[in-house]
Design a binder for this molecule. Structure first.
Ligand code: SAH
Ligand code: SF4
Ligand code: F3S
Length: 475
């Protein structure tokens, strides 16, 4: 690789090409820092899901390699917004932020502003930014974050807004720098994109077709992470249960998990998200067999109405979902189940909604993310005519939230008095004599401790359940 960096020709292969540009960008950043008499800073602001959070760690890894110091505040030399477009309010927040950056850019024209992530994969968004937010320096999407060094190099050299977007890709670029948020736990992408086209969802359009990383790449990344102090990994994909279908040598997600739990030194494995339609008996058996696999399953139901589920293109009905839950609970009795629910999907009647309430009542989720349906341009549901009036949706949303919280409170209390292993994540934000950690089922526990415990797994007696979390004591 070193030789390639020194060749005057620009390498065509990735990641060699990016390492070449990292060197060039580094020189430019160093020159600017010298002129400023201080190191240049960057701030990456992340919206959206775990995928975006992981992408931001990759962005930071590259930015640090080229000489930027990452900071948490937006008074930095380089501002990057990694956007989400799953619901309209995510977009509104980004436009709001962009508006307020106009005056900053007028006062400090040297500040660089970049936008990336899912919103940028929508042509109408990019048109709006070109027209109304000319102070943006760089736009790129979800398929080319690996190219950040090359793009920064261009943006530092060019006056015009640099826009680099790709519609879809088969390319998976491995082995670029990453700056992890936590020293002891990490997300690991196992696949990218989504092929499911749920009728309300924009993700397949902005993240492209499903593609799986090779198992050997995933395993070697996990081994490297463990060597670096990581004890818990979260395997990431829009639908991890369809992992491996498009590999040269196909393999199932359960087979991959079985290999991952063998990595010495790795204590916990989580994954998200599981689509109910693809959750196999094989996976349930593997979860039951290996205690390292966390006792938590995020199993988005979206709706309890079989009629709505069909229009949502989810490929399961209410009965199948409930049967699946029973099967999982029979194999892994104390597992925590969480879910996502959409209220107010086009055509949802009171009856449909009551079916959703019934599922929540029957399953007893440990927690649930509840969303008001948001119309996404380009999805089939956006052109459905029978959109539900806002006041009806709001009323249903409130009733659902109340039930979700009631059931979650009841469910969460089931471990009171037991001793559980907790991964300590940090000092408690309200009381610094306490530390905060997570049980393997994702429930938070606060108990007396100090910073030396961060990143370690400790046994804690769960003295008292406070709604959705526990107060405990070390045993
Ligand atoms: N791949 C995951 C979900 C990713 S998006 C899965 O299939 O489970 C996260 C959640 O956002 C979804 O589960 C859904 O509940 C919600 N969501 C997606 N599109 C939405 C929309 N148009 N309006 C409201 N909520 C939406
Ligand atoms: Fe969206 Fe459905 Fe894909 Fe999840 S599985 S990302 S909800 S299309
Ligand atoms: Fe949002 Fe993109 Fe994730 S749209 S939810 S950041 S995949």
């Amino acid at each position: 690789m070193t030789n390639e960096i020194l060749t005057p020709q620009i390498p065509e292969e990735e990641p060699a090409r990016q390492y070449y540009y990292m060197e060039l960008a580094k020189q430019l950043v160093a020159e600017r820092a010298e002129k400023a008499g201080r190191p240049l800073t960057c701030c990456v602001t992340t919206f959206g899901c775990q995928m975006n959070a992981r992408d931001s760690e990759k962005l930071k890894g590259i930015l640090e390699t080229i000489g930027y110091q990452c900071v948490e505040t937006e008074d930095a030399d380089f501002l990057i917004y990694n956007t989400c477009t799953v619901r309209e309010n995510a977009n509104v927040r980004v436009y709001g932020r962009l508006g307020s950056l106009k005056s900053l850019k007028r006062k400090e024209p040297e500040t660089m502003i970049a936008l990336c992530g899912c919103m940028m994969q929508e042509p109408h968004v990019v048109d709006t930014i070109r027209r109304k937010y000319k102070h943006v320096d760089l736009i790129f999407g979800t398929h080319n974050i690996y190219k950040l060094a090359e793009l920064v190099f261009r943006a530092l050299n060019e006056e015009e807004m640099v826009v680099d977007l790709q519609e879809n890709t088969d390319l998976i670029v491995e082995n670029l720098p990453v700056d992890r948020k936590y020293s002891f736990k990490s997300g690991v992408n196992i696949m990218f994109g989504c092929n499911n086209f749920c009728s309300y969802c924009i993700v397949p359009y902005v993240r492209g077709r499903e593609r799986s990383r090779k198992p050997e790449e995933i395993l070697s990344e996990i081994r490297r992470l463990v060597e670096d102090g990581v004890v818990e990994v979260m395997l990431l994909g829009q639908n991890v249960n369809s992992y491996g279908k498009n590999l040269e040598t196909p393999m199932t997600f359960a087979q991959l998990l079985e290999q991952i739990v063998q990595v010495p030194g790795l204590e916990r494995v989580r994954f998200m998200t599981s689509h109910p339609k693809d959750l196999s008996d094989e996976l349930i058996a593997v979860m039951a067999k290996y205690p390292k696999i966390c006792r938590h399953l995020h199993l988005p139901v979206q709706s309890g109405s079989s009629r709505i589920l069909k229009i949502m293109n989810r490929h399961y009905d209410k009965e199948q979902y409930l049967t699946l839950v029973e099967k999982i609970r029979a194999a892994v009795p104390d597992i925590s189940l969480t879910t996502d629910i959409i209220v107010g999907f086009p055509g949802e009647t009171e009856e449909d909604f009551l079916e959703t309430m019934d599922v929540v009542e029957k399953v007893g989720y440990d927690s649930a993310f509840t969303f008001i349906y948001s119309k996404r341009t380009g999805t089939p549901a956006a052109s459905m005519e029978n959109q539900v009036p806002e006041d009806v949706v709001k009323d249903r949303f409130d009733r659902l939230l109340a039930l979700v919280q009631k059931r979650a409170r009841e469910r969460s209390a089931r471990f009171e008095g037991q001793v559980k292993t907790v991964l300590v994540e940090g000092i408690n934000e309200q009381d610094d004599s306490l530390v905060t950690g997570r049980m393997d089922n994702n429930i938070l526990v606060h108990f007396p401790g100090d910073a030396s415990m961060i990143g370690s797994l400790v046994d804690v007696k769960l003295d008292c359940c406070k709604g959705f979390y526990y107060l405990g004591s070390r045993v």
